[in-house]
Structures are given as structure tokens and as C-alpha cells.
Design a protein around this ligand. Sequence first.
Ligand SMILES: Nc1ncnc2c1ncn2[C@@H]1O[C@H](COP(=O)(O)OP(=O)(O)OP(=O)(O)O)[C@@H](O)[C@H]1O
Length: 344
Amino acid sequence: MSIEVRNLSKSFVDGHMAVRGVSFELGEGEMTAFLGPSGGGKTTILRMIAGLEKPSGGEIYISGQRVDHLPPQERKIGVVFQNYALFKHMNVFENVAFGLRVQKQRPDVIQARVRELLRRVDLQGLEGRFPDQLSGGQRQRVALARALANEPRLLLLDEPFSAVDAQLRKELRSWVRKLQQDLHITSIFVTHDQQEALEIADRVVVFRQGQLEQIGTPEEIYDSPDTPFVAAFVGEVNRYRTVIKNGVTDLGVLQFPAGNVPEGQEVVVIVRPENVELMPWSAAADIQGIVLATTFLGEFYKVDLELADLVRITAHVPKALGGALREQERVALQIKATKIFNVA
Ligand SMILES: Nc1ncnc2c1ncn2[C@@H]1O[C@H](COP(=O)(O)OP(=O)(O)OP(=O)(O)O)[C@@H](O)[C@H]1O
């Protein structure tokens, strides 16, 4: 089911505008990540879509049907929250069956549906356990099965794995992605972890201070950020503030072509560390630098350098190269600006 939000806003009783005129459209069967720093409005938007919070303004449509006046149970939405929110006094089977019993489904239908869901979330055999007899990851899978029980047309996941450790979180993430694709269910996944958003989603929506900063595929958000904020939030950056002079950025040694940015314009230049290439030193190289520090980060080395004019830059380089670099070593560099933003 597609979902469309038009000019959605929310101010709480204290007058604080948590969401400010947000509009977007998400395609059928897509997994969308809502990404942004704490307080950006992600949870509030999700709760308004679910019907748990009343919008102050704007409209919400699911498959073209306006739903913002409907109570939550009539929206056909499944929700999984970060705190497990299972019924403690019910076993796994009853937790998953809960919504079906409310709907007064026949016992044989309930049996079949719950078994099918527990198979899907890999929890066969644990039907009789109670929530406090399960691991954190198992509990979240029960929560997911429960959210799917009534065949929702939309699945909302609010930081569902934030309470489990990093390794398990990674596993659950790829597992939920596979389940979502198997079921082809339109889903929204709230996270403030950029890695998680890029990995799990077909599309990413970045929020900041209640406003939508950018919407796009993970590649678009990473490679073509619309704002310096998005660039810095979805990856590491070198960031320089300067002006355009003689058709290039006025950064001493870093003279990036200004393109169609006018003379005298103030700009922010963003360079991703992987766009900084290190090569053996040569006196003829346009850009030369000195290695200040190297840090091993598992898949690559982070290398901090100083260039002429005291310009500092960080590079991410392959292991074979990074491991051989020494502090104070001289190197040549090739640097590509990731993006040049005009400062208003
Ligand atoms: N019930 C409430 N009453 C008043 N203010 C609220 C309420 N709920 C949220 N807010 C405020 O609205 C803003 C957005 O909060 P929200 O939880 O939507 O952000 P978020 O992006 O989901 O952040 P987090 O990642 O921390 O959950 C925050 O400034 C928050 O303090």
C-alpha cells in the first residue's frame, strides 16, 4: 500500500512545534527509513500515521484513502516499538494471537495463523514460553509476529532493535529486511543510526528539527546530499567554509572548481574521506601532505593529514596502504570535492 503525507504538523500543548509541514509519498512494498538526530520528529510522525497522536494540521493517506480521522484499529497498521511491549502474563502463542482473538476469529484460524507467523519469525517450539523467558531478540521477533497477525497494510517499526547488542542488531536488521521483502509489506523503520538506514531501506527520509531535509535512495542521500547537514549525518565528512575566488574555492591548496557557483559566494565544501586518495610522495604533485596519525578501523585506515596552508584533512584508505604509513611521512594526494553548498 502506498502512503502519502501532506503538510503534516504537530505542536504539543507547550506550543513546541515537533513536526513542521512535512510532505512525502512512499511507494507500495517499499521499506523506508526515517533517519535523523534525536528530537527530529521521527517518532511523532510515525505515531500520527499509526493514529496514536492527533496531527495539528495536514493529511495522511493510505492507498489514496484519507485516514487521519480514523481510530488506530481502523487503519490496519502494525506497530513494533523499541521497548518490547509484550503482554507479560501471556505466553508467546497468546501474545501473537491477541489481535486475532479481539477480532473474534475462529480458533482453528487462530491456530493456523499463529503457527505460520511463528514459523516466519523462526520461533517454532517457543509457543509456551513467557516474555521473561526469552532473549531480547526473541522478544522483538514475537512483537513483530504480533504486529503482523492482523495482516496490516502498513508496518511501522520504531527503533525496534535499539535495546539489543550491536551484533544481534545487525542480524535482526537483515532478517527483518528479508521478511519485509517476502511479505512485500510497505514499512517504515525509524532509526538514528545512518548505517542501519542505508543498509535496510529502499528509501531514506532525513528529518531535522521537525522538518524533512531530504528524501531519496540510500545512494542519493549518501552521494548527493542536498544539505551539509545530510552530508555530515549520513557519513563522515571533511567540511570547509570559504568563498569562491577566481572560479575556485579559496582554500589555499584546495582549489576545487566552482562550477556555476558565482564569484564571491560563501560556500561550504564537503569532502568525503574516501574521496581523498593517497599516493607516494612526489615533488611535482599538486597536493602534498604530512601524515599526522593513522587509526585502524577494521575495514580501512583513517588517516589524518596536514596539507600546505595548515589545511587538515582526513582520508579513508585501504588496509594495505594505511598499515604501511608512518607518522610524519610525506605523501601526495588527489582530492575530489563531494559537494559544494552555497551558504545563504
Ligand atoms: N508528548 C509530548 N509532549 C511534548 N513534546 C513532545 C511530546 N512528544 C515529543 N515531544 C517533542 O517533540 C520533538 C520531536 O520528538 P520525537 O520523539 O518525534 O523525535 P525523534 O526524532 O523520534 O527523536 P528520538 O530519536 O529521540 O525518538 C522533541 O523535541 C520532543 O521533546
